[in-house]
Ligand binder design. Sequence first.
Ligand code: 5GP
Length: 181
Amino acid sequence: MNKIIQLHDKKFILFIPEQEIDQAIRTVAAQLNKDYQEDPPLILVTLNGAIVFAADLLKQIQFSSVLSCIKLSSYQGTQSTDNMKTLIGLNEDVNNKRVLIIEDIVDTGKTYQTLVELLADKGAREIRIATLTMKPDAYKLDLPVHYVGINIPDKFVVGRGLDYDGLGRNLNDIYQLYLDS
Ligand code: 5GP
C-alpha cells in the first residue's frame, strides 16, 4: 500500500525509503573520506534543510574539519523565487581554504551559485558541494555538483531535512507531493 501523509493543506506520497537514503549517504561519505583525508575542508552547512543530512554524514566522516553554518532563503511554499536573502551570514574565515558546502537539495542551483560567489569573493581556494538530493532537470548552471546522494525528478519533496512550510523535516523517508492534493 502507498504511504500517504498530510502536511498543512497538502498530501505527500512515499518516494524514497529510509534504507535507500542511508545507503546513498554511506556512498557520499566514502567518497568524501577518500577525497579529503589529506587536506580536510571547512564544512559549510546550509540551514535549515541540510542539518539532517549533515548530521548523518558527519557521523561517518573520518577527517577532522571545522563546521560552520549559513542560512539563505529563496523558497516560498513549494515554489523557488528569485528573491535570495542572507538570513544568517558566514562567520568563518575561508581565505585560502577548501570549502565543502553541504546541501539538502540542489534544484535550480541559485542557492549554490550565490554561495560560490560569496565564498570565491572571500578567497576560498576550492569550493565543492555535497548534496543529499539533486533535480538534474531543474538545474540551470554549468558549475559541477561534486557529490550527489540521489538524483530525483523535478517535483517537490519533503523529509530528511526538507520541509513544506516548516513541516516534514523530521521524516526519515522522502515523500513527493501527491498530485491530487
Ligand atoms: P535552488 O536554489 O537550487 O533552486 O534551491 C535550493 C533550495 O530550495 C534548497 O536548499 C531547498 O531549501 C529549496 N528546495 C528546492 N527544491 C525543493 C523541494 O523539492 N523540496 C523542498 N522542501 N525544498 C526544496
